[in-house]
Ligand binder design. Structure first.
Ligand code: PGA
Length: 249
């Protein structure tokens, strides 16, 4: 049985003072029935990994460069993340796709570089509001999945996060039927490429305004294997009930 995954994306939030949230989370979930991943800003990865080394929390990066090293001022490579203590990295988050003009091809190259460093790639995709209103959602998802996921994906090296852009940080969430439609579609599309056992091994996360109040409802949806949580992952008092809801799903 694959373990479900609660992933927190702190984005550009958090300083030394925030790291206490990790200890509170560990104390609240010393032996969780699910995997828990926190992606703090890069400045905190070394300390976060050291603080959580003996507990169940895993630490991840929020982005990586395609190259292992080189003249890329300001960038961080996948082997550097691994060296800092990360075991996973978010790739192709919509804020990276939009703010840094990341293409599907670049996302695929980053995933390959994450795998080479031994990191699990959490590949993010999702439609904009305009695309949903134009009834293009499944076409957009298909294109993003096909072009962002390199060959060689397994349940160990890859997680897919469906995050509708219009649901991120807005308090809006798709209906249960809308989430189910995309997740069922993703599973089937993965099965076309990887076969059913391969597709079933890959965890599909939903992301976008997941909160304690809506978590249980979202986790009951077919083919939802967990969540990628932004705002509600910053405080253990919000993230902990989401973890508990996923454990009980
Ligand atoms: P949110 O962000 O939970 O604050 O909507 C989700 C994400 O961007 O991963």
């Amino acid at each position: 049985m694959k373990r479900k995954l609660a992933a927190g994306n702190w984005k550009m939030n958090g300083t030394n003072a925030t790291l206490g949230e990790l200890q509170t989370l560990t104390a609240a979930h010393p032996d969780p029935r699910i995997d828990i991943l926190i992606c703090p800003p890069a400045t905190l990865i070394v300390q976060a990994a050291a603080l959580t080394a003996d507990g169940p929390l895993m630490i991840g990066g929020q982005d990586c460069h395609t190259a292992p090293s080189g003249a890329h001022t300001g960038d961080i490579s996948a082997p550097m993340l691994a060296d800092a203590g990360a075991s996973a990295v978010l790739i192709g988050h919509s804020e990276r796709r939009e703010n840094h003009h990341e293409t599907n091809a670049l996302v695929a190259d980053k995933a390959t570089s994450a795998w080479s460093a031994g990191l699990t790639a959490v590949i993010c995709l999702g439609e904009t509001l305009a695309q949903r209103e134009a009834a293009q959602t499944l076409d957009v998802i298909a294109t993003q999945l096909d072009a962002s996921l390199p060959g060689g994906a397994t349940g160990a090296n890859t997680v897919i996060a469906y995050e509708p852009v219009w649901a991120i940080g807005t308090g809006l969430t798709p209906t249960t039927a809308q989430i189910a439609e995309v997740h069922d579609f993703l599973r089937a599309r993965l099965a076309d490429r990887l076969g059913e056992p391969g597709a079933n091994a890959i965890r599909l996360l939903y992301g976008g305004s997941v909160k304690p109040a809506n978590a249980a409802k979202i986790f009951a949806i077919s083919n939802v294997d967990g969540a990628l949580v932004g705002g509600a992952s910053l405080k253990s008092s919000d993230f902990s009930p989401i973890i508990s809801a996923l454990e009980q799903a």
